[in-house]
Write a protein that binds this ligand. Structure first.
Ligand code: FE2
Ligand code: FE2
Length: 323
């Protein structure tokens, strides 16, 4: 019987639009160099445009060009910023599909390792149960904010990181890397809900965050269990998690930098079993990459070129979604 499935094979209904994962990983590899960032986005421009066609992200593309993701990812969420609601919905939708993939990832960890201890399977079953509840919570929050399922394209690169065939690597990447990222994002969303006085959103995400801490703990415990008496194996799982962490730092957007859109949830992570040393390491991995100044400048150039291509006689400020 087939055991390991690829991310392209994930089942979705007709509401979902699939995005090429290369776009999502683009930011992780960029240097702190305006020209190189501009070149990279121009190279992907057609693909980015095709992936947002007919979705709620199309106006963002029209307003900002191929680098609209830079504006969305690298600026802190602000209800008063241009296209603030669209950006909030884009993040919320990203979290929603992330939860769907977290459910698929934890459920496959239960299925993929038939020889793992019973307690491991119970933990993965518990996580799948939690993630199913999170899917429902974020679907409701998406509606609460005025959005709907399938309004933005879905990238499955989160699930891609849940495809390691080794159980220790799997929990290192998923439960410590990705679930750790969830802690950072959810703490940021709670701060946003406090700022806007949205008590429903604040409380719902606070409940979800409590579950995510447990999922990180599963990772912390099982990585040590699977690699006990084999320090070299433990080191390899650390390296793998560092790769995942780098990938999901979005070029420093999620980091401990002063200009980070999503800061590292230091206190939550300590509670979930990360050590100070690991967090210092995460801070240094995630902080490398283009500075905010570089990205802002690259986004400006890309937007200018995009608008010039669209309507040579129009001024950049005249677009609808840019207001
Ligand atoms: Fe979750
Ligand atoms: Fe989780």
């Amino acid at each position: 019987m087939k055991r390991f499935i690829q991310h392209e094979e994930l089942a979705r209904d007709s509401r979902f639009v699939r995005q090429d994962n290369r776009q999502s990983t683009l930011l992780a590899a960029l240097p702190d160099d305006v020209d190189k960032v501009v070149d990279a986005f121009e190279q992907f421009s057609d693909m980015i445009e095709a992936s947002v066609k007919g979705t709620a992200a199309e106006p963002l593309f029209e307003a900002y060009g191929p680098a609209f993701a830079l504006t969305v990812l690298n600026e802190p969420l602000d209800p008063d910023a241009p296209a603030g609601t669209t950006r909030l919905l884009l993040r919320m939708h990203g979290i929603f599909v992330g939860e769907v993939q977290a459910l698929e990832g934890s459920a496959r960890s239960l299925w993929d390792f038939p020889d793992a201890p019973w307690e491991f399977k119970m933990n993965m079953a518990r996580q799948a149960w939690d993630e199913a509840r999170h899917v429902q919570i974020f679907e409701k929050l998406l509606t609460h904010l005025g959005g709907e399922v399938g309004m933005f394209p879905e990238s499955t690169f989160l699930f891609e990181c849940a495809c390691s065939k080794d159980p220790a690597m799997r929990v290192a990447g998923v439960n410590r890397g990705l679930e750790g990222l969830a802690c950072d994002v959810f703490r940021d969303m709670i701060r946003y809900a406090e700022k806007t006085g949205d008590e429903k959103m604040r409380q719902a995400i606070d409940y979800v965050l409590a579950d995510e801490l447990t999922h990180v703990r599963f990772g912390s415990e099982w990585v040590y269990e699977f690699t006990k008496d084999d320090p070299e194996y433990l080191e390899r799982t650390r390296e793998y998690r560092r790769t995942v962490d780098k990938q999901f730092s979005f070029g420093g957007a999620r980091s401990d930098r002063e200009d980070a859109a999503i800061p590292i949830a230091w206190e939550d992570r300590l509670e979930a079993g990360f050590t100070e040393e690991e967090l210092e390491d995460l801070a240094s991995i995630s902080s490398s990459g283009p500075s905010r100044k570089t990205l802002v400048e690259a986004a400006r150039i890309l937007r200018e070129r995009h608008l010039a291509k669209r309507a040579p006689s129009k001024q950049p400020e005249t677009t609808e979604a840019g207001r």
